[in-house]
Each structure stands twice: as structure tokens, then as C-alpha cells.
Ligand binder design. Structure first.
Ligand code: C5P
Length: 266
């Protein structure tokens, strides 16, 4: 039953007993160990130059600047560890990158390597794609707030196109209800104990998901969606580099204007 005193308390104070987000307690794992096969070309997409700087360096600099972030752990291709240090870490003035970790075969293996490298393990963990260079402090703060009372929080934008489930024969099986569909992005945020336990269980049964939240969901965790931004693009195919240049030149506002502010339709 809610009391007079409860009614006057800020929402964040009502989840007494749950771990509270605290400043400086967030470790961000940055998987950037993919081969980038959808991009084509010789240079992996995380190392392509955007305004003269590798995409991954853009991402790391933004995260490093955020007061909420305690440590940033990039996870990079094992064969290019030295090269990555030179291109994306050394000389970037990063204060919170204290270790760079070799990646694994799948994205999930790379994130696991990052989790295992945390020293000390604990606090809040965010996972953020190395190839999403437009992450903002607002996104990170919103995720921290959204974690209150939940096992995970993810950024997402409402689906704009109609999505259909299609069989291997290219015949449509069903049309999904677009009003319920969101495109999920990163960062994704979790208490360390939740994500560590979900990874332990996933590896015990050999389960692989396409994002971290799907592991937490699989083992009964509650994951909250936070309206993100259409400008928080993941650089995957060559046209994404053109879009990224436009966002850099015009600011994220250009994309928000063209796309409509995420979250307002739902
Ligand atoms: O392949 P996808 O676009 O989903 O990759 C998202 C992020 O995960 C990229 O930054 C990529 O470099 C990273 N990744 C990784 N290890 C892998 C595969 C992908 O760190 N084995």
C-alpha cells in the first residue's frame, strides 16, 4: 500500500533494497573484434576512418568522456591487438582504457572475454558495439535510471518498416504486429551479477544469442526498453559510412529530424 510519504518520494527512491546505480560504477565492454564481412574491403569496419579517425576511436573517446563510466574495455581482433592499440587507444588521450582484450569467434565470445577481464568484477556493466560511434551521455544516463527495478535495460527505436517472418523458401509465414516491434541497439546495461550469471548458464547449455539482453531474458530476467535514437547507427555496410559522415557533419539532429524522434510513436 502506498503511503503519504511514499507518494512524495522520487520514483528512483522507491526500489529500496535493489542495487542503486552509483556514479563511477559503470564498466563498458566494447566488442570490436568482428571481421566486418558485410562491409567488404580490406580494412575492418571498426578501423575505417571517419573524419580521419578510426570508427572505434570515436566510440572509445565518447565513452571515456562520460563521468558515469569507470572503465572502458575494448575487445579487439587478437591478430590486430597491437595495431588497434596504436590506431585507437594510444594518443587518443583516453583515461579509462586500462586493458585491451582479444576477441572470440562469435560476438558473444568477445563479450565473455571482456567480462572475464573485469578487475574487480562488479557494479554495472554496459556492452556497447565498437561500431556505434554516436553513443551519447544521455543514452548512458537513461539506461542507468532504467535499470532500477530491472535486470537489464536496452536502447531501442520503434520499427518503421513492416517486418515479416519468411521461410527458407522465401514465402512469408506471417506479418508481425509493427506496433510491438523495436530495433534494439547498444548500449545494453545490466548489474554485473545478472549478466555474469546469464553468461554462465548460456555457456553451460551452449546457447548463443545475438545480443546480451537475450541471454538475460532467457533465464527469466526482466529487460526494459529505453527509447534511443535513429542516429545511434551501427556501421555495418558501406552506405552506413556515408550516413555516419552526414551525422558527423550535421549533428545527430539531422537524422532525428529526418527520422522522427524515437519513442514518440509508441
Ligand atoms: O556483427 P555485428 O555487426 O553484430 O557486430 C557488432 C559488434 O560486435 C561489432 O563492433 C563487432 O566488431 C563485434 N564483434 C566482436 N566479436 C565477434 C563478432 C563481432 O567483438 N566475434
Amino acid at each position: 500500500m502506498s503511503t503519504q510519504a511514499d507518494a512524495g518520494r522520487p520514483a528512483a527512491a522507491k526500489g529500496a533494497g535493489r542495487p542503486k546505480p552509483a556514479p563511477m560504477s559503470v564498466t563498458v565492454l566494447v566488442p570490436a573484434a568482428g571481421s566486418g564481412s558485410r562491409m567488404g574491403g580490406r580494412v575492418k569496419k571498426q578501423f575505417l576512418l571517419l573524419n580521419g579517425m578510426p570508427v572505434l576511436a570515436h566510440t572509445l573517446r565518447r565513452l571515456d568522456d562520460m563521468p558515469e563510466v569507470r572503465e572502458v574495455i575494448p575487445v579487439v581482433p587478437e591478430a590486430e591487438l597491437e595495431e588497434c592499440l596504436e590506431m585507437c587507444v594510444d594518443g587518443q588521450g583516453l583515461k579509462k582504457v586500462r586493458r585491451v582484450v582479444p576477441g572470440g569467434r562469435e560476438r558473444q565470445d568477445s563479450v565473455r572475454n571482456g567480462l572475464l577481464a573485469m578487475e574487480p568484477p562488479g557494479g554495472w556493466v554496459m556492452v556497447h558495439d565498437g561500431v556505434r560511434p554516436f553513443v551519447t551521455r544521455e543514452m548512458v544516463s537513461a539506461l542507468i535510471l532504467a535499470l532500477d527495478g530491472c535486470d537489464g535495460a536496452v536502447l531501442a527505436v520503434p520499427a518503421k518498416d513492416t517486418l515479416k517472418e519468411v521461410g527458407p523458401d522465401r514465402l512469408v509465414r506471417r506479418t508481425l504486429d509493427r506496433r510491438l516491434l523495436w530495433h534494439v541497439q547498444t548500449p545494453q546495461a545490466f548489474p554485473y551479477r545478472v549478466i555474469a550469471e546469464a553468461f554462465r548458464k548460456a555457456y553451460a547449455e551452449g546457447f548463443y544469442g545475438t545480443d546480451e539482453a537475450s541471454l538475460v531474458e532467457r533465464y527469466g530476467g526482466s529487460v526494459r526498453v529505453v527509447a534511443g535514437s535513429y542516429a545511434n547507427i551501427k556501421i555495418t555496410t558501406p552506405e552506413d559510412m556515408i550516413l555516419a559522415e552526414a551525422i558527423l557533419a550535421g549533428g545527430a539532429g539531422v537524422v532525428e529530424m529526418a527520422a522522427g524522434k524515437a519513442g514518440c510513436e509508441k
